[in-house]
Design a binder for this molecule. Structure first.
Ligand code: NAD
Length: 518
C-alpha cells in the first residue's frame, strides 16, 4: 500500500460542497472563532512537530533540525504574528481624506472573507508552503481545501491526519492526490486558488481559474541571481552565506541563489572562499546525511544538465543517482547560453559568471532572466546596491545576505512577472484571502449635500458638485508643486471658488432643493 491514500475522485465534489455550505453558515466569521481555530492549529503543529519533521526526513532525507529551523519556526512565528494583529486587521477602516460630499456618509472599508478557497502546496518545504496560506485563509474567515504535493507523500499523509483530528472538518479539509485529483478539484467552484509550484503548472492552474473567473495567486520560481562586487568588504562571509543559501535543501529552494555574477577583479579571491565554505559546510555530504532530490525524473534532469554543460567544474563530489543524491557542485566559466543557464536549476549546482561592468551584468540579467523571485547584492557600496535594486524588478531583495527575508512575517512574500503574482505572509496573508468591501451608510439628512446629482444638472449643481467632491490641486501645468501654504495661492483658489459659485448660481437657477435653500 502506498504511503499516501488518494482521495476518491467522486468524494471530492461532495467534500468541497460541504465546505461551501459551512462557509455560508457564517459560523467562522467572528474574529474570536477565527482566533480559536488558529490557536488550535498552533498546538496541532507545535505538539506534532517531531512527527512532522520525521515525515519530511522520510520524504526528502532532510535533517530534522533543518525542518525545525526552516519550516516549523517560520510557521509558528507567522501564526503568532497574525494572531497578535488579527483583531486590528479585521476591524473596519476609515478611508482617508474624505471629500465634503461623503463627509457624513459613514464610509468604511470592510474586510470580508472570500468564501471557500483552495491551497495547492508543493514538496520542497512541504509544511510551510501548505500551512502558511491555510493560516491566512482561516484568519480571513474562509473555509479551506488543502491539496498537498504527492511528491512528499509522508508529509501529506501525516499532516492530513493531524488536521483531520485536530481541526474542525467544516473549516479545513485535505484532499490528497496527484494531477487527476487536482484536475477534479479545479473543476469545482472556489473563491480563490492559491498555488505554489512551477511556472509550467502555474499556467495550467491560471487558465483553469480563468474559465470560471476564479482569482488566483501564483507563487512560482525562477532564476534568482546574486551579484558579488569588488566593493564587498567581506567576501569570506559573502561566500559562506551564498553557499548556505544555495545548498540547503539540495538547492530545492525557490529563493535560492540560482547563479552568481562575480566582478572579475575579485573573482579568484571570492571563488577560493566559495570552495572553502562548500567543503567546510557540505564536503561530507552523502546519500545518508544530505537532502535528496525529490524524484528520479529530477535526478535525470540535473545529471543531463551536468553532462551537457560547457562550464568547468570548480568543485564537486560523487553523485549517486539511485539514492537521488547530487553532490554540491560549483561551476565556473559559465556562459549565458550554457545548459545550466536556461531554466531554474532547483539543484545543488552553483554556476559562476564573471563580469567586468556592473551595468552590463545588470543588462544581461534583464535580458535573460528578468523579474526573478529574489535578487541578492553582496556589496558595501550604497550606489551599487541601489543600482541593482532599482534596475532589476524582483519579488524580494536582500543586500549582503540571501533567503532570510522569507522568514519575516512582517514582510510580504511573492513574485513579480514570471516569478508569480500575489503575496502573502503576515498581514498580506490576511489580505490575500479577504475582499476589501466599500461601505457607505447614508443618513437621509445628507440630501442637502447630495441634491446636485438629480437631473437636470444645472451649471450651479455641477460647480457645487466639483467643490464638494474634487479636492484643490496643488500643482501647476509644468508639473511643479505649488505650495498650498502660500497666501497668494490660497487667495487665487478662493477667488476661483467664489467666481465658480457665482457663475453657477446666476446662470441657471431651477427648482431644486439646494437652490431653494439658498
Ligand atoms: P509542481 O508545479 O510540479 O507541483 C506543485 C503542485 O502542483 C503539486 O501539488 C502537484 O500535485 C500539482 N500539479 C502538478 N502537475 C499538475 C497538473 N498538471 N495539474 C494540476 N496540478 C498539478 O511544482 P514542483 O516541481 O513540485 O515545485 C518546484 C517549483 O515550485 C520550482 O519552480 C520552485 O521554484 C517553485 N516554488 C515556488 C515557491 C514560492 O513560494 N514562490 C516555493 C516553492 C517552490
Amino acid at each position: 500500500m502506498s504511503v499516501l491514500e488518494y482521495t476518491p475522485l467522486d468524494e471530492i465534489p461532495i467534500r468541497v460542497q460541504k465546505l461551501r455550505e459551512s462557509f455560508h453558515s457564517r459560523k467562522f466569521d467572528p474574529v474570536e472563532v477565527r482566533l480559536r481555530n488558529l490557536r488550535k492549529l498552533y498546538y496541532a503543529i507545535e505538539d506534532n512537530q517531531d512527527v512532522l519533521c520525521q515525515a519530511v526526513e522520510k520524504d526528502l532525507n532532510k535533517p530534522v533540525n533543518e525542518t525545525r529551523v526552516l519550516e516549523i519556526n517560520i510557521i509558528l512565528g507567522d501564526l503568532l504574528f497574525i494572531m497578535e494583529n488579527l483583531k486590528s486587521w479585521a476591524k473596519d477602516r476609515r478611508p482617508e481624506a474624505v471629500p465634503l460630499m461623503y463627509k457624513f456618509s459613514g464610509s468604511r472599508v470592510e474586510s470580508i472573507p472570500l468564501g471557500t478557497v483552495l491551497v495547492i502546496g508543493t514538496f520542497n518545504y512541504p509544511l510551510s508552503l501548505a500551512l502558511q496560506p491555510v493560516i491566512g485563509a482561516i484568519a480571513a474567515g474562509n473555509t479551506v481545501v488543502l491539496k498537498q504535493s504527492e511528491q512528499s507523500p509522508h508529509v501529506s499523509a501525516v499532516l492530513s491526519e493531524i488536521l483531520a483530528d485536530q481541526m474542525d472538518n467544516e473549516l479545513v479539509q485535505c484532499i490528497n492526490g496527484g494531477v487527476e485529483e487536482t484536475g477534479v478539484l479545479l473543476d469545482q467552484k472556489f473563491d480563490k486558488v492559491f498555488y505554489t509550484g512551477s511556472g509550467t503548472v502555474g499556467k495550467i492552474i491560471a487558465k483553469k481559474c480563468a474559465e470560471s473567473l476564479t482569482p488566483c495567486i501564483l507563487e512560482l520560481g525562477g532564476k534568482s541571481p546574486a551579484f558579488v562586487t569588488a566593493q564587498s568588504k567581506n567576501l569570506d562571509l559573502a561566500a559562506k552565506r551564498i553557499v548556505n543559501a544555495k545548498f540547503v535543501n539540495a538547492g530545492q529552494t525557490c529563493v535560492t541563489v540560482d547563479y552568481c555574477l562575480v566582478e572579475e577583479s575579485i573573482y579568484n579571491e571570492f571563488t577560493e572562499y566559495l570552495v572553502k565554505w562548500t567543503k567546510k559546510l557540505y564536503g561530507d555530504a552523502n546519500a545518508d546525511n544530505y537532502t535528496k532530490i525529490v524524484n528520479g525524473r529530477n535526478v535525470k534532469r540535473i545529471l543531463s544538465l551536468l553532462d551537457s554543460t560547457k562550464a568547468t567544474v570548480l568543485y564537486s563530489g560523487e553523485h549517486n543517482a539511485d539514492e537521488r543524491f547530487i553532490h554540491p557542485t560549483l561551476l565556473e566559466n559559465v556562459e549565458w547560453h550554457d545548459s545550466t543557464m536556461t531554466d531554474e536549476l532547483f539543484a545543488p549546482i552553483l554556476p559562476l559568471l564573471k563580469y567586468k561592468s556592473l551595468e552590463s551584468a545588470i543588462e544581461s540579467v534583464i535580458k535573460n532572466h528578468d523579474t526573478p523571485l529574489a535578487l541578492y547584492a553582496f556589496t558595501d557600496s550604497k550606489n551599487e546596491s541601489k543600482l541593482i535594486q532599482q534596475r532589476i524588478r524582483s519579488g524580494g531583495f536582500m543586500q549582503n545576505d540571501a533567503v532570510m527575508h522569507v522568514g519575516m512575517p512582517q514582510l510580504p512574500f511573492g513574485g513579480i512577472g514570471t516569478s508569480g503574482y500575489g503575496q502573502y505572509h503576515g498581514h498580506d496573508s490576511f489580505r490575500a484571502f479577504s475582499h476589501e468591501r466599500a461601505i457607505i451608510k447614508q443618513p437621509w439628512w445628507t440630501e442637502i449635500l447630495l441634491d446636485a446629482r438629480y437631473r437636470p444638472i444645472s451649471n450651479f449643481d455641477a460647480t457645487l458638485a466639483r467643490f464638494a467632491t474634487v479636492p484643490f490641486k496643488t500643482f501647476a501645468r509644468t508639473g511643479k508643486i505649488v505650495s498650498f501654504k502660500s497666501a497668494a495661492f490660497k487667495a487665487v483658489i478662493g477667488i476661483v471658488a467664489m467666481y465658480g459659485l457665482y457663475v453657477g448660481f446666476t446662470s441657471d437657477r431651477d427648482a431644486k432643493l439646494i437652490n431653494i435653500s439658498f
